[in-house]
Write a protein that binds this ligand. Structure first.
Ligand code: GLV
Ligand code: MN
Ligand code: MN
Length: 426
């Protein structure tokens, strides 16, 4: 969907903090594996460079900084009493391939700026604040994801360390190359009594706020997701000599399976499904494919709908494989239940939005976020900012300085009114 008209961007001098946030996002976009486009995958040299820049911004904002064993940059701003339990803020600094500059990054930058504003005023809160810049929210490099947030929540499955990227490098080896010690991962698990909540600012990645004419919205919950790696096994043969009826073509079987994924999603209210990656082997113009691989991503706010759809897909894809006489392997690489944002944080964000003269508006998140993994640890809240045309996971992502400024003000107001007493209650 494209916007009917571009959002008006007000002069940057009218929104200095918002303009500074966008400038920092542009600065981080320099750290990419593909000059001219933005691709920054987990544990790559460009991730390391971006983490270094973010760590420097955190220091300037008055925080003490460390990079933990999952490569999350952790900045801490002590409260009035040293070593007090912390409210966690943050988002991620990894990207999809050919990404926009704001998905994740803007949330990290705005959180740092909010702490910087407190620091500049010499203000401390009755709790500590930690800003987290996670490195693995997109799950693009390895077939596992949310490594940093799962480590904090203590739910990281050690088997994840054996996941391999396209070059056959394990997550364990990539962590070591980055300078992290994977044996320290279990010790990252936080004590829930010392964590008051996790709050993330993020672009909406959908068109709802723009349609409502609102700069920000309060998230009610995050859709759960499943990811499946599918592999079709056919028989390679000559493209000219093998009659059509005698083929075991992995690509045509995959094509039918991809359409089945779309059909199931269209027939299931409350479900979205995507095949985002396909590949064929050996990949030659005159060879019937012996192999095909594709990914399936299923999302729903209702875990039962997602589970039923996955079962239905398993049956339908198996039926296609049998009819076409090809092999099929389905490997579930990700299964994250939906999460509901904590009513207390939803209420506090609603109060902040109202105090700043905006209409509070509640909406669900169809996109996944680190909050999914943080939910078993602590109450989770999210604030969305409008993005132009709802476009994200694309270099066309756009946000205005005015909206970034508005979101930053909501965050600062939220922090200044945050009451740590009873905060861990859901
Ligand atoms: C991350 O952006 C996801 O929702 O997959
Ligand atoms: Mn994101
Ligand atoms: Mn994303």
């Amino acid at each position: 969907m494209r916007p009917a008209k571009a959002l008006p961007d007000l002069p940057t001098q009218a929104h200095p903090a918002g303009a500074e946030a966008l400038r920092r996002c542009a600065e981080l976009a320099r750290f990419t594996s593909h000059p001219g486009a933005l691709t920054r995958l987990y544990l790559t040299p460009e991730h390391r460079a971006a983490a270094g820049e973010v760590a420097e911004w955190m220091r300037q904002a008055g925080m003490t900084v460390a990079i933990d064993a999952a490569a999350t940059v952790v900045g801490r701003y002590e409260g009035t009493t040293p070593d007090a339990p912390a409210l966690l803020l943050g988002s991620h600094i990894d990207t999809v391939r050919d990404a926009g500059r704001y998905d994740g990054i803007l949330g990290v930058v705005l959180a740092i700026q909010a702490v910087g504003a407190l620091h500049a005023r010499g203000e401390r809160l009755p709790c500590a604040i930690e800003v987290l810049a996670f490195g693995d929210e997109e799950g693009v490099r390895f077939p596992v994801t949310l490594t940093g947030s799962r480590a904090l929540a203590g739910t990281l499955d050690p088997a994840m360390l054996e996941a391999v990227d396209d070059d056959g490098i394990t997550l364990r080896a990539a962590l070591e190359r980055f300078g992290c010690d994977p044996t320290e991962l279990p010790s990252l698990a936080r004590d829930p009594r010392r964590v008051l909540g996790y709050l993330e600012l993020h672009i909406e990645q959908g068109p709802v706020l723009e349609a409502e004419g609102l700069p920000v919205g309060i998230v009610t919950g995050i859709a759960g997701a499943s990811r499946v790696a599918a592999e079709v096994v056919g028989v390679a043969a000559h493209a000219g000599a093998m009659p059509m009826a005698a083929r075991h073509d992995a690509v045509t079987a995959m094509a039918e399976m991809v359409l089945a994924v779309e059909r199931v999603a269209l027939a299931t209210p409350g479900l979205v499904a995507t095949v985002g990656r396909v590949e064929a082997t050996p990949g030659a113009v005159n060879v019937i494919a012996s192999g095909a691989r594709f990914t399936i991503d299923l999302r729903s706010a209702d875990d039962a709908i997602r589970a039923r759809a996955l079962e239905r897909l398993r049956r339908e894809l198996a039926g296609i494989a049998t009819r076409r006489a090809v092999g099929l392997r389905l490997r579930e690489t990700y299964d994250e239940p939906a999460c509901t944002c904590a009513p207390r944080l939803v209420g506090a964000l609603t109060d902040s939005v109202t105090r700043l003269g905006q209409r509070p508006f509640l909406l669900p998140s169809g996109a996944g976020h680190d909050g999914l993994a943080m939910a078993p640890l602590c109450p989770v809240g999210m604030l969305f900012l409008r993005c132009e045309g709802g476009i994200s996971h694309s270099p066309e992502e756009r946000v205005t300085a005015a909206d970034a400024e508005a979101a930053g003000q909501v965050l600062l107001d939220f922090l200044c009114h945050f009451d740590p007493r009873g905060a861990t209650a859901r």
